[in-house]
Design a protein around this ligand. Structure first.
Ligand SMILES: [Ca+2]
Ligand SMILES: [Ca+2]
Ligand SMILES: [Ca+2]
Length: 463
């Protein structure tokens, strides 16, 4: 079965699931409406009929357990085993403070709160491990922790939210010429005076595109875990750090001071930096910080390392003062179908913007499809750069096989939160599309439940 065929089948179930959810919410609204009409206080100011019909009998209240549950990202509710999570705390991040003095106080408050939460986490799971802490772009601690401890941790009054740490994928870029950079350079803008942090797989600072020797032996002889005297920083790559090391994800992150872009999985960061500011790049005058967060052995990028790199970019010398922040932060990486509600990177990007760092992030490599915009490009203050098509991009389609009147292929979208697919990516099941008389196509009214079964979603079948 071709991938396209597999996707056709996949989408049958997805539409089914979406309509089940929609139908359920409509049914609930209707129940509420019925009860309300029986107990309405006639002296109350009348509401428009459409709203009145949806009013609850009594105010909805949530007990402490329910409130705590909402602090947990949905995918973590009921999760099992070890999880890598980012726990955001209730005190603001330093970047949200008005001035340097207030930032200092915010950092101290965050420190106190983080110590308490780390203690609480360890009380719940003696094996809980701190992966990293953030105080400027977010007030957050990143933990490796048993999922069973998360509901209780979410109930801690210091905790604002708990989300999965998401790892990211590299996106390839288009050519300099394609975006018309030559014309801008001819106007006299070449990036001189601008410092750009590249959050990626590192930068091969021995490459001649960055003023290095260009001798492959210099690269091959460079130990990626240490800085040999005189090798780094360079005039062009003026600083950086390796937050992930050469072996992740086959091992835990193994940070080291040398962000050289090494390994069979490397190269992307060097490529991105070359496009941005190499000798033939868009802005050959810029200086770089190389912040290595992506793997040397695969296309994955550590979510923990990425958060730490964001923190680095607003305070490269680590003294707590953000006056030395970079000008531009480039992340040609992303998570497709990004939802900033559950992506702490987006919040960190917004806070980095507050101290003067412009984040440029890819909008996605997922082709000409709806809702494909990824995070962190979806952050409010990010400059998101779209890429609309690559040869490998496929259009997901749903194939309706019956009734004949609507049979055919339709564009469709698979979401990461949809039902997991089978190994072959093929799932199929009955579809609901309006009532049998052809109306109610948007599902905004309850379906009529006629006898032929077409509008009664059945048990999905995997094929
Ligand atoms: Ca080295
Ligand atoms: Ca290294
Ligand atoms: Ca600083």
């Amino acid at each position: 079965m071709s991938r396209k065929n597999a996707l056709k089948r996949t989408m049958k179930l997805l539409v089914l699931v979406g309509l089940l959810a929609l139908t359920a919410s409509i049914a609930l609204a209707q129940e509420g409406a019925t009860a309300t009409r029986g107990e309405r206080n006639e002296t109350a100011r009348p509401l428009p009929a459409a709203i009145e019909g949806l009013k609850l009998d009594t105010p909805a209240t949530a007990d402490a357990e329910a409130v705590a549950a909402r602090r947990l990202e949905p995918s973590l509710r009921g999760a099992t085993g070890r999880q890598r999570v980012i726990v955001r705390l209730t005190q603001p991040a330093a970047a949200e403070a008005a001035d340097a003095s207030a930032q200092g106080l915010a950092r101290q408050a965050a420190q106190v709160q983080q110590s308490a939460v780390i203690g609480a986490a360890r009380a719940l799971d003696a094996n809980a491990r701190v992966l990293g802490t953030l105080k400027i772009v977010l007030n957050a601690v990143m933990l490796d922790i048993d999922a069973a401890a998360l509901p209780a941790l979410a109930a801690d009054p210091n905790v604002a939210s708990i989300s999965l740490v998401r790892d990211y994928e590299v996106d390839l870029s288009e050519t300099v010429e394609y975006i018309g950079a030559t014309a801008v350079q001819e106007m006299g803008y070449d990036g001189t005076g601008v410092v750009v942090a590249i959050i990626d797989s590192g930068i091969d600072y021995t490459h001649e595109a960055f003023g290095g020797s260009g001798d492959p032996a210099d690269f091959a002889g460079n130990d990626p875990t240490i800085i040999e005297p005189g090798t780094f920083p360079t005039d062009k790559v003026i600083g950086g750090y390796d937050f992930v090391g050469s072996n992740w994800p086959n091992t835990a992150e193994e940070p080291d001071p040398d962000p050289i872009d090494d390994g069979a999985g490397g190269g992307h960061g060097t490529h991105v930096a070359d496009i941005i500011g190499g000798q033939m790049g868009v802005a050959p005058g810029v200086k770089f910080y190389a912040l290595k967060v992506c793997s040397s052995v695969s296309t994955s990028c550590s979510g923990v390392a990425m958060m730490q790199a964001l923190e680095f970019s607003v305070d490269p010398n680590g003294d707590g003062n953000t006056a030395d922040h970079v000008d531009v932060l480039n992340m040609s990486i992303g998570s497709p179908y990004g939802d900033p509600r559950y992506d702490d990177t987006s919040a960190a990007v917004n806070n980095a913007s507050a101290v003067g760092v412009l984040t440029v992030a890819s909008s996605g490599n997922s082709g000409d499809k709806p809702y494909a915009h990824g995070t962190p490009g979806a952050a409010t203050t990010a400059l998101a750069v779209a890429q609309t098509e690559v040869p490998s991009s496929l259009q997901d389609v749903m194939e309706v096989v019956a009734p004949e009147a609507i049979a055919g292929q339709y564009p469709a979208v698979w979401q990461p939160w949809s039902v997991p697919l089978s190994e072959s990516g093929a799932v199929e099941g009955p579809l609901q599309y309006g009532d049998t008389d052809g109306d109610n196509l948007d599902g905004c009214a309850p379906f009529d439940g006629d006898a032929d079964g077409h509008d009664r979603p059945g048990r999905p079948r995997r094929v």
